[in-house]
Design a protein around this ligand. Sequence first.
Ligand code: DAT
Ligand code: MG
Length: 149
Amino acid sequence: MERTFVAIKPDGVQRKLVGEVIRRFEAKGFTLVGLKLINVSKELAEKHYEALNDKPFFGGLIEFITSGPVVAMVWEGDGVVASARKLIGATNPLASEPGTIRGDLAVNVGRNVIHGSDAVDTANREIGLWFAESELAAWTPTNMNWIHE
Ligand code: DAT
Ligand code: MG
């Protein structure tokens, strides 16, 4: 089953949006298989955002993501990687569609509440970076037959 990495950034935690974000993923029909609240080290932040290390905003991004606790999650489901990106919305919240998390809850690209992996291979890399295998729980929700035919 496909998995993706999702993180509620320090702004989302400070703004008490953790429940709101989890509610949306649960209501959609995805399954939570990993969850922890952590202060992110500079080392982990830099590895996570490695692909952006030549961008002018990289320093600010690392400072932001390490500025307070982050809720790191792994969600499971058919097509969850691409679907999570749709639930999350465009990177710039002013361009995100209403109905998306960023579109409904944010206004600034540097305070866009949530991260979601952008592809299946990225998701696997990010899950491995943030979680030990022993921190992930494989389980089958009892309502599965009411979500999938
Ligand atoms: P996304 O988080 O939608 O996958 P990304 O991977 O391109 O977007 O960038 C990672 C984060 O970096 C993004 O959520 C917010 C920040 N960021 C991206 N572009 C930015 C910009 N032009 N100015 C400031 N921060 C930016
Ligand atoms: Mg990205």
